[in-house]
Design a protein around this ligand. Structure first.
Ligand SMILES: [Zn+2]
Length: 195
């Protein structure tokens, strides 16, 4: 890419990563995603999807740059023989974060930890759904959008797993929901689809 264009794009972006707002006034640690001409930090750029729709989703899923510090320290060399990305992926498998924590969790030292009150709400949401309340009713009760409730009910994080690079891995954080309850909820969703 032409250096001028790169500089121009960085200036337009205010020398900030579009996803995590990582700020680097000299442009160090920032890259231009050549496919979409979008300024991202090297960490966010490493994991950026190549499909426009997914890319936009990825950008809109904001994340705090501080949550990425661990990854930034490991470095993100994208060459094919780099051990770095591997290291990052296994870090992620260990339960580190690539996105905002799921409702019901906090991030403490880069690890998911259970938020006492919100995790109680998560349990209630699962139970109420199994008791037969509609998504609408649950959404109203918790002041969360219907889509938000659906996301909660389908989120593997609550059974101690993490989704990373569209694969489900075993995390090392505490679960909030038992696999039995989680599976019953998924079965209920599947049944609703059939109707
Ligand atoms: Zn970033």
């Amino acid at each position: 890419m032409e250096e001028n264009l790169k500089k121009q794009l960085m200036e337009q972006a205010g020398f900030k990563c579009k996803k995590c707002s990582y700020y680097s006034p000299l442009g160090q640690g920032l890259e231009v995603n050549k496919q979409f001409n979008c300024v991202l930090c090297s960490v966010c750029n490493t994991f950026a999807p190549r499909e426009l729709e997914k890319f936009n989703e990825y950008i809109n899923e904001k994340i705090n740059w501080q949550e990425l510090e661990t990854f930034r320290r490991f470095g993100t060399n994208k060459g094919s023989h780099t051990p770095h990305k591997h290291g990052m992926v296994s870090k992620a498998k260990e339960g580190m974060l690539m996105a905002r924590p799921a409702f019901g969790y906090n991030v403490i030292n880069g690890q998911l930890s259970v938020h006492p009150e919100n995790s109680e709400a998560v349990r209630d949401i699962f139970n109420l759904f199994l008791e037969g309340l509609s998504l609408n009713q649950i959404a109203k009760r918790f002041d969360i959008s219907v889509n938000g409730i659906k996301k909660i009910l389908k989120n593997f994080t609550y059974i101690g797993k993490i989704k990373f690079n569209s694969q489900i891995h075993q995390g090392n954080h505490q679960s909030i929901i038992s696999p039995e309850v989680f599976n019953r909820v998924q079965q209920k969703f599947d049944k609703q689809k059939e109707i």
